[in-house]
Design a protein around this ligand. Structure first.
Ligand SMILES: [Fe+2]
Ligand SMILES: [Fe+2]
Length: 215
């Protein structure tokens, strides 16, 4: 049986992976065509990454799951140390990205425009590679370990905690207040035409197709 908390972690990983890959595809398309991206949509995507993965997903892992797995052996503890350090870096990394995006937006059309585009794309790639590898390690090493060693009481605590504050873009109900944000993000992904995997990952969101089409 798959524990609800593990299913939530995997779904949230799929949503974040799809978003990160989509941003890279969007940026590559604009670079190829020598056009400017929709800055509002990119800002919405970074806001999402900050609001859900950074503030909800990673803290749930660091505060609730990882402590239950520590102290078994030095090798596992070293992996958990690295993952905790990644979580701690994320907040700074997203601020840096937001600033680089602002620089790209404000300086586009000037002789700094292309350098600012390069800087944002490079930072974005570094952030995406960093989190894709982070999630790969969690799925390859940490989640299977949790499945093997945690007891029923552990799972009851984790499931109760993970069932609250879930990521709406991973297919769980969104507060009304977030619906315009997700409409903007999904609309931009649809326009790009090369993000099928992202739309598939987001297909379970609380946004109905009708909502998507009317934005
Ligand atoms: Fe994590
Ligand atoms: Fe994770």
């Amino acid at each position: 049986m798959t524990h609800p908390s593990l299913a939530i972690i995997r779904r949230e990983h799929r949503a974040l992976s799809a978003m990160l890959r989509s941003i890279s595809l969007l940026l590559a398309g604009h670079r190829r065509r020598n056009t400017l991206p929709d800055f509002d949509a990119l800002q919405a995507m970074l806001f999402y990454a900050d609001e859900f993965p950074e503030k909800l997903h990673h803290p749930k892992e660091s505060r609730l799951l990882f402590p239950k797995l520590r102290g078994r052996n030095a090798q596992t503890d070293a992996v958990l140390d690295r993952l905790d350090a990644d979580h701690a870096r994320g907040e700074h990394a997203i601020r840096e990205l937001e600033h680089a995006l602002l620089g790209f937006r404000m300086m586009s059309g000037t002789d700094q425009g292309e350098a600012r585009r390069d800087k944002f794309e490079n930072l974005m790639k570094r952030y995406a590679d960093f989190y894709l590898e982070h999630m790969r390690i969690e799925e390859a090493e940490i989640l299977p370990l949790a499945e093997a060693v945690l007891c029923d009481d552990d799972w009851a605590q984790l499931d109760a905690a993970f069932l609250t504050n879930r990521d709406p873009l991973a297919g769980y109900g969104a507060d009304e207040a977030y619906r315009p944000l997700f409409r903007k993000i999904v609309g931009e992904l649809q326009k790009s035409g090369s993000v099928g995997s992202a739309l598939e990952a987001f297909s379970g969101t609380s946004l109905s197709m009708g909502d998507r089409e009317t934005q």
